[in-house]
Design a protein around this ligand. Structure first.
Ligand code: BJW
Length: 228
């Protein structure tokens, strides 16, 4: 496995045991919001303050000392170091727990909580504090408003060309802690399989996706077990 070309896709389930909520438990309610109510360009247009607040709260939560990478994040960072072939971790998560665990070759395809994007030029800046309608960029003249650097429904996820290329060259594709309900990520296993990869799912429970192998249980247990 270690000389193979490996693509890993992670979702909210990998960060659940670090204390971050997944999206599709609690009847689809996420911190009292339906994700579709806050994670769309239309929501930002009609009620920007609510959307800024939603992401400010999550950014603040991410900064809490209790929120740390867990053994699943750490095991993936070790897998990357041990892999002599190509390794790419594609995450749908907007937290930074993989990066903090030490993963280097990573694509956060749905953006990052700790980034803001200029509404005019698209330039991305790192942020640690709250963002609201009064914040202005450093890149434009006159300075322009900023939005969270998050990929909302109806927007195109980041670095899709690079992801598709890696999926087509992968020998092994592993999906971890994702329900497979959101596209295009939900289609990655099928694309990798079509290109010849062996596909594996690691999750608390079986999802509706088609995988050649599946191992079920908490990410902090099944991910290190699978890798070691
Ligand atoms: C554990 C565990 C533990 C728990 N251990 N496991 C109709 C048909 C098909 C597609 C569409 C359609 N209508 C619209 C679309 C497209 C749309 C879409 O897919 N909608 C669906 C709802 C149908 N997609 C888009 O709009 C995307 N863009 C797009 O398609 O552009 C077109 C295009 C693409 C490519 C090329 C060219 C053009 C954009 C999607 C943006 C998603 N954004 C969000 C919110 C923003 C980020 C944020 O605020 O955080 O991203 S939605 C939300 O869902 C978030 C997540 O990244 C994403 C995926 O969720 P995830 O990670 O799978 O979490 P859950 O909660 O669903 O699942 C958790 C899993 O963990 C479960 O399986 C548990 O069992 C497991 N688990 N605890 C192990 N301890």
């Amino acid at each position: 496995m270690l000389s193979d070309s490996i693509v890993v896709l992670t979702g909210a389930g990998i960060s659940a045991e670090s204390g971050l909520r997944t999206f599709r438990d609690n009847n689809g309610l996420w911190e009292q919001h339906r994700v579709e109510e806050v994670a769309t360009p239309e929501a930002f247009e009609s009620n920007p303050e609510r959307v800024y607040r939603f992401y400010n709260d999550r950014r603040a939560q991410l900064a809490e000392p209790a929120i740390q990478p867990n053994p699943a994040h750490l095991a993936l960072a070790e897998l990357e170091k041990a892999c002599s072939g190509e390794f790419l971790l594609v995450t749908q998560n907007v937290d930074d727990l993989h990066q903090r665990a030490g993963t280097r070759n990573i694509i956060p395809m749905h953006g990052q909580l700790r980034q803001a994007r200029c509404l005019r030029s698209g330039e991305v800046t790192e942020i640690v504090t709250d963002l609201d309608a009064s914040n202005r960029c450093d890149c434009c003249q006159p300075p322009a408003p900023m939005r969270p650097n998050i990929v909302w429904f109806g927007e195109i996820p980041l670095q899709m060309d690079r992801i598709q290329q890696a999926l087509c060259q992968a020998d092994l594709f592993i999906a971890i802690g994702t329900s497979g309900q959101v596209y295009p990520a939900a289609g990655f296993a099928a694309l990798a399989a079509e290109c010849g990869a062996h596909t594996v799912e690691l999750n608390l429970e079986k999802t509706g996706g088609t995988f050649e192998q599946g191992f079920y249980g908490k990410a902090t247990e099944v991910v290190p077990d699978f890798i070691n």
